[in-house]
Structures are given as structure tokens and as C-alpha cells.
Design a protein around this ligand. Sequence first.
Ligand SMILES: [Zn+2]
Length: 236
Amino acid sequence: MTDLDHLVVVQEHDLSLDRLRRQRATLPARSDLANAESAIAAITPGLSDLAAQRDVVARDAHRLDDEVASVREKSVAADKSLYSGKVTAIKELQALQTEIDQLVARQGVLEDRELELMQALETLEAEVAALDAQVQVHTAAAALARLEISSGEADLDAQIAVVVEARNSEAYGLPSALLATYELVRGRANGVGVARLVGNTCQGCRLSIPANEIDRIKRGIPGESCCDNCGAILVP
Ligand SMILES: [Zn+2]
């Protein structure tokens, strides 16, 4: 095998590496992960707002509950005084009755308000739970995607390592100037640095090369003729 034949095989390995690296960069699980993460990011602000509202309402409801209990206590105490027989003056009894009526009315207002808050709390808790459930679904999907990514990467890395080894042993001993030209051209011309000349067609770009040019290539120093179109080193 000539140096150029080896170079063609080096390129086959390089093209395999390009493909494997592209595959690694575009594992389907990467877009699954990105989708799950953006879904979580979209839900989170609304969820935090709702949870904060829920906490405020829960605190208000608790405070109101304490207030109802204290009003109830006062009204029970006043009721006890009213029927204790200790208070006998009509005016005092009337005052007690008025106080009791006011306390009962106040308790009613507070209880109505508490009921409203409990209903609001229930609604908020249901909304928070629904969003929480969505976050959990996306979190599980993200975790699964991460697992798939790492196993996909491990699998491809192992394949890449094998090809890199084969590539390097194929390239071993090739003239460094030839390899440098190859790398340079390959970097410019969509991954093709060396191409066989089949008939009068460059296999790198599939373009025909004029007959007089073919003659010149065949007579010239191997590795020094490049396709005018794609720049690939031509292998006669
Ligand atoms: Zn070409």
C-alpha cells in the first residue's frame, strides 16, 4: 500500500469519527432533556407564586380560626354571667345580652370569612398539587434522559476509542507534510481531505477533471496534486 492508500483509510476512520462525534452531540435524549428542563422552567415561577399565595391564605385562615375561638370563649363567658344569677341589675343584664348578641354576630362574620378562606385554600392546594405533579413527571423524564445520555455517551466513547486507535495506527509513519495538507484540506472541504481519482472523476466532489490535468497528476509526485474544485489530495 502506498502512503496515499493509507491516507484514504485514515480518512475513512476520520469520517467514522465525524459521524460518531455528531451522533454523540445529537443523542435524541439530549433534546428530551432540554424539553423536560424547559417545561420545568416554564412551570416553576407559576408554581412558586401559587405556593406563596397558598401559604398566605393558610396563615390568614389559621389566624381567623384563633379569632373565632377567642370570640366564642368571650361569648360563652358572657352567657355564663348572664345565667349565673350573680348579675341581677336589669341594666347590667341588658348590657350582657347586648354584648352576647354582638359577639355572636361577630363570630358569624368571622366564620363566613373563614369558610371563604378555606374554599380558596382548597382551590389553591389543588392547583399547587396539579403543577407539582407536572413537575414530577418532567423531573422523572429528565432523570431518564440523563441516564440515556450517559449510557449513549459511554457506548459512543468506546466506539470512538476503537476508531481513534485504528486511525492512529493507519496514520503512523505517514509523512507529516502529507498529513498536515490532508488535515488542512479536510478542515476546509466538508471533511474530505483526500479523494480517489476514478476515471476522470474526483470522488471527493464528483466533478470531472480535464484529460490534460489527469496526465499531469499521473506523472506528478504522489500527494502533490489536489482537485481544483474541492481541494482534496488526489489519489490516481
Ligand atoms: Zn474534488
